[in-house]
Design a binder for this molecule. Structure first.
Ligand code: EPS
Length: 393
């Protein structure tokens, strides 16, 4: 079974990702992993921390001579900022006068609920782990999953479809979304230049006014065969698993599969995707069954149906505001402004990259379950046998 977990705090020594259950023989390119980490750091509206960090993965185990060996993979990403925190966040008791308390909780952040839950006198330890910095480790783990999926011809990319009130007002093609993976300069990760400029104007407004802004990203998985996930048990449905995986990302407050949101307001005759049978088998399709639209987002009955799997994440605005909202002092109980150190203003493209990782880990887990195999060679053989079976169906 593919499993992964992360450890590490925002201003601690490093972040750690642990991935186990990968078959042996998956080619792992550290440069590809680092490219994903770089992508997560980009985007207009990122804060000062991204100028300090240059997230780089160090694989410590489970990969030898460029391939997985079937044993757990441990990955370490150093926090460059740690050198500024060695005295205030030591593992040992240290000097309490160096402690940097977060004196008043930020509305929208985990600060207050976390301090109450864990019995902390202030929110320092809460934000250290609740911070979206943790998504760095998920992206490293996701890069492993992406490299397994690529062996099966499944590729994943994301794009931004909304920042605040500015949105992409047309359908994006897979080729355009995939092309974003290769951009060397990332503004807001939108496929349309005009829409991206409108999005930038919204971020500029938030920058000017000391505010923050959310938005919507869309993750697309291309080349997914029919048959991942199942309706047979509630907790094995692909849509449910993807919703959980993407919702678990910091600041994601809603998840949509395909056109799930607008479908609720439309008639079934326009929502559902008619089925055709193509004369010829197209090169990048698994079967000759085809659709003229993909409102279902590639999932029917909790099972992938062979169309692109489409997952949207709705991101609330970052809760750390330069012009802070009202809060209460942890020590005096007086009404004060919420704490502010520094923050991002907009992270929608970065969240899309983190969501790609979560989608990749979810699909890789299901692919390993369905096609099995302790080695990639065995898994590919099983996969090809299944592809042959559904092609002949
Ligand atoms: C983040 C690093 C953090 C924040 C951000 C995500 O760095 P710092 O707190 O040192 O500025 O920029 O996290 C939040 C805004 C948050 O509220 O959790 C990163 O690497 O993505």
């Amino acid at each position: 079974m593919l499993r992964f977990s992360t450890a590490g705090e925002s201003h601690g020594e490093c972040l750690i990702a642990m991935v186990s259950g990968m078959p042996a023989g998956v080619p792992i390119d550290e440069a590809k992993m680092n490219r994903e980490l770089w992508r997560r750091q980009q985007g207009y509206g990122r804060g000062g921390r991204m100028r300090i960090e240059r997230d780089t993965a160090q694989i410590l185990s489970g990969v030898r001579h460029g391939k997985t060996i079937g044993s757990p993979i441990a990955i370490r990403i150093e926090n460059n900022d740690w050198k500024n925190w060695t005295e205030s966040l030591p593992v040992v008791a240290g000097d309490p006068t160096k402690h940097k308390a977060v004196a008043s909780p930020r509305p929208g952040h985990a600060d207050l609920a976390g301090a109450l839950k864990y019995d902390f006198p202030d929110a320092r330890y809460v934000l250290e782990r609740a911070s979206a910095r943790e998504s760095t480790a998920r992206v490293a783990a996701g890069a492993v999953a992406k490299q397994l999926l690529a062996e099966l011809g499944i590729n994943i990319a994301s794009h931004v479809i909304r920042v605040g009130s500015a949105e992409l007002d047309r359908v994006a093609e897979w080729s355009e979304i995939e092309a974003l993976l290769h951009r060397e300069e990332v503004l807001l990760g939108c496929v349309d230049e005009m829409a991206e400029q409108r999005m930038k104007a919204v971020v500029d407004q938030a920058l000017r006014t000391g505010d923050s802004v959310g938005g919507v990203f869309e993750v697309v998985a291309h080349g997914v065969p029919p048959g991942l996930g199942t309706y047979a048990n509630w907790d094995e449905r692909l849509d449910g698993l993807l919703a959980f995986a993407v919702m678990s990302l910091q600041a994601v407050k809603a998840v949509e599969i395909g056109r799930g949101v607008t479908a609720a307001a439309a008639f079934g005759s326009v929502v559902h995707d008619s089925i055709h049978y193509a004369q010829e088998q197209e090169a990048d399709r698994h079967t000759r069954f085809a659709r003229d639209q993909n409102n279902a987002g590639g999932i029917e009955g909790g099972i992938s149906n062979g169309e692109d799997v489409i997952v949207r994440g709705y991101l609330k605005p970052i809760s750390t505001l330069r012009r802070p909202l009202g809060s209460v002092s942890f020590s005096t109980r007086e009404e004060v402004k919420a704490a502010y150190e520094r923050s991002d203003v907009c992270v929608v493209p970065a969240a899309g990259v983190a969501a790609e990782a979560m989608v990749a880990l979810t699909l890789a887990k299901l692919a390993i379950e369905k096609f099995g195999g302790d080695s990639m060679r065995e898994m590919v053989r099983n996969y090809q046998g299944y592809c042959e079976q559904i092609r002949r169906f």
